[in-house]
Design a protein around this ligand. Structure first.
Ligand SMILES: [Fe+2]
Length: 133
């Protein structure tokens, strides 16, 4: 599995959001390495929890900026955040309940989960914020 490399195609033109996204990409790579290395399940689960918790925090950050700078797409964007968290929590629950470690399919799912939201919804948000801030 290749590392996810943060580059300018991921930049939403808002420094504080880009910084959060870099952090999430780093955590994603730590998780991916831990799956590839076959690390202890409790370690991998801890990294997954850190990634999800950090994402929850980051989404609150974006939502605050949306409210502060009057973003019209607030409700839609927030709904997407809720769905993303629910899908990651479902994956986490499944692996905890079945006592199975996070799989490489889960990693592929999470890669898509992370990058698609940045490249579509956050780009739109970023261009609004870059003008408004
Ligand atoms: Fe977002």
């Amino acid at each position: 599995m290749k590392d996810l490399v943060w580059n300018n195609t991921f930049s939403v033109q808002v420094k504080e959001i880009d910084e959060d996204h870099r952090r999430l990409v780093k955590l994603f790579n730590i998780l991916s390495h831990s799956v590839v290395n076959g690390d202890a399940t409790n370690y991998t689960e801890a990294v997954l929890e850190e990634l999800i918790s950090c994402t929850v925090w980051h989404f609150r950050h974006e939502e605050r900026l949306m409210l502060k700078y009057g973003y019209e797409g607030f409700v839609e964007h927030k709904t997407e955040h809720q769905e993303l968290i629910e899908s990651a929590r479902a994956l986490q629950q499944k692996s905890l309940q079945e006592g199975k470690p996070v799989s490489s399919e889960d990693i592929e799912f999470l890669e898509h989960w992370l990058t698609e939201h940045i490249l579509v919804a956050d780009m739109e948000l970023g261009s609004h914020l870059a003008k408004a801030m």
